[in-house]
Ligand binder design. Sequence first.
Ligand SMILES: [Fe+2]
Length: 250
Amino acid sequence: MRGFHLNLCDIHNHVLFGVDDGSENREMTIEMLKSYHEEGIHTIIATPHYNPAIWPVDREILRERFEEVKQLSEMVSPDFSLYLGCEVFHHREETLEDLKNDRVLTMADSRYLLIEFPFHATYDRIRRGVTEAILTGHIPILAHVERYDCLLEDEERIHDLRSEGALIQVNAGSVTGMSGSDVKRFTHSLLKYGTVDFVATDAHKSTGRRTPKLRDCAKLIAKKFGSAYATRIFVYNPKCVIEDMEIDTF
Ligand SMILES: [Fe+2]
């Protein structure tokens, strides 16, 4: 199947070590990079959490750590292309100010912004976060939409958020069934209607449940939903993010 040979890209992960609840140290990051290499994933946007209340890590520290991890990646394989972004946690008060004042790292320095909410956030809050991102000149990518109660209970809301300008990301483990059959069914329904723009690993560690795995998921999507859609999700849309080009959501 052609889907097997895609040059996959991971736009959401915690491969930078010692800056959030992701990789714990240099050794773990090296192991994660080896897994990426084995999976055939050579394009990575590192997205450490941006949530100053929990991880008060300065942007300059993140950039330094990123350079360090880039060097490690070159040791593992010369084929890697690494970019820096972050996963912004939406706070009711602070996020809008942070966005207005460019305090948040965007994806590969583009207009794209990966944003997450509390799992029990209301739909109004998620809509507000999306609107705030758009009004401040960003293109919001909603991280792991399958995790929010208010969206799980009404899938139509995801279509509505997308119509308003949000792009939709789901986690690979949710698509392959690692988060249970209900979540799998939900993500497959989104994929069936072409509502998913990105599938990413959200990898946190080198072992366990959240590791850098995408290939089985890409294979599944290519087989069930078509190679063209898999190519769009895993290759074309990430390329648009990196090159700061508009994504066609038709
Ligand atoms: Fe994440």
